[in-house]
Design a binder for this molecule. Sequence first.
Ligand code: ATP
Ligand code: MG
Length: 373
Amino acid sequence: MYLKTLHLRQFRNYLDQQVDFSAPKTILVGANAQGKSNLLEAVELLATLRSHRVSRDRDLVQEGATTAQITAVLEREPGCIDLALRLRSSGRRTISLNQQTLGRHLDFLGTLNAVQFSCLDLELVRGSPERRRTWLDMLLVQLEPIYAHILQQYNQILRQRNALLKGLLATSASSDFPPDTPSELGFWDAQLATAGARVIRRRARVIERLAPLAHTWHQQISGSTETLEVRYLPNVGQEDDDPESVQQAFLAKLQQRAIAEQHQGITLVGPHRDEVELIINQTPARQYGSQGQQRTLVLALKLAELNLIEAIVGETPLLLLDDVLAELDPHRQNQLLSTIQDRFQTLITTTHLSSFDNGWLDSSQILTVQAGQ
Ligand code: ATP
Ligand code: MG
């Protein structure tokens, strides 16, 4: 797929800026705090309807304004598509494809596919399990837009079950007798297990396909001395492809943890507690990986993501590289740049052009970013 134009209005520090992409590779060069990452963030929003930097739309809308707009023209089979996302400081959003307003996020997701890689991604290795779950969920949303709906359903049920558990805890604290486990909880257990099993099976499947790709890339980048394993560890302990058996395992684990849940007033079982383990030479990368090893790992994961999206979607995703070249040694820079070639449309930010060789500079569109222009 190819992003032809991007138009930002009142988005971050861009007042009104149209960008036409005239080559598969675009280098955005500029000093700090000029708007390079903001531009990549706008593309990321079109791909996932989320920003990995902030969670509130208020931060994305230009200071002093109440709405922001991101529009784009994307070329992909069978023809060009107009995408539009309007953000409001109130949080309400309007999304449209080809000027048609859409009611559901899942009809918009999957239109533009992008893999983004920034220095913040080292958090994928070092950060909490939540960071890895979010990464996995955002990848799934692009591969299977229906997943956004499945995840939302699960989270809604989880919130309701948590509210019930909290209520029960408050009641038992104010009474001398423990309350009977109400049948209402049984109802939510079944709902949670059904919705949760859908999440678990999809996460398991995507990791199953991603893991060998990441393993191969990792061997290539690290020079085959190290092995990378990516393992999905579902909190319910079961990742069978049969929905029945996942649900059964889910319900059994809920029963096991019932007393602890009643004491703590919170749901302790389910995919909101899943982990994705990243292991280098049988050792968790999070604990023992050196900075260099962790970078190699993230790079391997990102290249695997590119391949996976391409294989499943049948189109090449965009690659958004935010300030990463400077952090890679020359060997890894080369691996990345030679993989990209002109196969993936790439937007790449940098504060100076010296990381690029002449071949790259000659074949790239170079845009200077200064104060939101
Ligand atoms: P660096 O090289 O440091 O990464 P950058 O060019 O990537 O810099 P960005 O993160 O894209 O910088 O842009 C930061 C600029 O955007 C800052 O000047 C910041 O004040 C401005 N900015 C961020 N959010 C808003 C907003 N909602 N309204 C107006 N300006 C904003
Ligand atoms: Mg930046």
